[in-house]
Design a protein around this ligand. Structure first.
Ligand SMILES: C[S@@+](CC[C@H](N)C(=O)[O-])C[C@H]1O[C@@H](n2cnc3c(N)ncnc32)[C@H](O)[C@@H]1O
Ligand SMILES: Nc1nc2[nH]cc(C(=O)O)c2c(=O)[nH]1
Ligand code: SF4
Ligand SMILES: [Mg+2]
Length: 211
């Protein structure tokens, strides 16, 4: 199968339990909860997305005709850095529209530790090492286990305590980045302090100005 990729870049994981770790990010094009067009935002299931995932025109993006070609591009982006630390984060858009077991196997042969950032509406294929699920109001949650549940907060119709029985190792609240982000941060801090099973997750890459 071929893969539509918006961009491939090296950065630090800015969010969640792997924060600060050098990673190759592979951002797949397309999402099942928003077209990515501003004109459709108000009618989308997911309306607060902070990401451009439309097209294949980003740095390192393009159409990859098979898993080996995409894995080679990811390996090349990691470059000569310590091969024992190889770390790939699949995101998007919604990565599980495209990430499959074949690509995972090829990357495992290259000794990559594989993480995924998903909205949880599709099952995660076998072999992923780190599963981060970020549920969205109005979308059915299918992937109910993983390493972290990262809830963007607040979302009307989604309460953090709705998720606490699911089989995630950690639960994080990430303040929604929009025009009211200061209020959302205060609210998230307060919620975490009153419900300590929830840990605050900040988008640190935005704070330090890296992609
Ligand atoms: C762009 S999404 C792509 C992965 C997947 N579609 C998802 O929603 O999890 C990457 C991460 O950014 C989070 N995110 C998106 N927009 C955000 C915003 N405005 N504020 C805070 N986090 C946001 C998502 O919830 C997700 O955890
Ligand atoms: N540095 C950095 N860390 C991230 N963690 C999750 C991201 C995402 O967009 O999925 C992201 C991102 O876009 N940049
Ligand atoms: S599900 Fe993820 S990629 Fe899709 S619109 Fe929402 S935040 Fe963006
Ligand atoms: Mg991002």
């Amino acid at each position: 199968m071929s893969y539509a990729v918006k961009e491939i870049f090296l950065t630090l994981q800015g969010e969640g339990g792997q924060i600060g770790r050098t990673a190759v990010f592979c951002r797949f094009a397309g999402c099942n909860l928003w077209s990515g067009q501003e004109a459709d935002r108000a009618s989308a299931v997911c309306q607060f997305c902070d990401t451009d995932f439309v097209g294949m025109d980003g740095v390192g993006g393009g159409r990859f005709t098979d898993a080996q070609m995409l894995a080679n591009a990811i390996e090349q982006c990691w470059g000569q850095r310590d091969p024992k630390q190889r770390f790939i984060v699949f995101t998007g858009g919604e990565p599980l529209l495209q990430l499959d077991e074949h690509l995972i196997q090829v990357l495992k042969q290259k000794r990559f530790y594989i993480a995924v950032e998903t909205n949880g509406t599709l099952p995660v294929p076998e072999g992923v090492d780190w599963i981060c699920v970020s549920p969205k109001a109005g979308a059915d949650l299918v992937q109910k286990h993983g390493d972290e549940l990262k809830l963007i907060y607040p979302q009307e119709g989604l309460e953090p305590q709705d998720f606490i029985e699911f089989a995630f190792t950690t639960f994080r609240l990430q303040p929604k980045d929009d025009l009211n982000k200061k209020e959302h941060l205060q609210k998230a801090i307060e919620f975490c302090q009153n419900h300590p099973v929830w840990h605050l997750s900040l988008q640190t890459h935005k704070l330090i100005g890296i992609p």
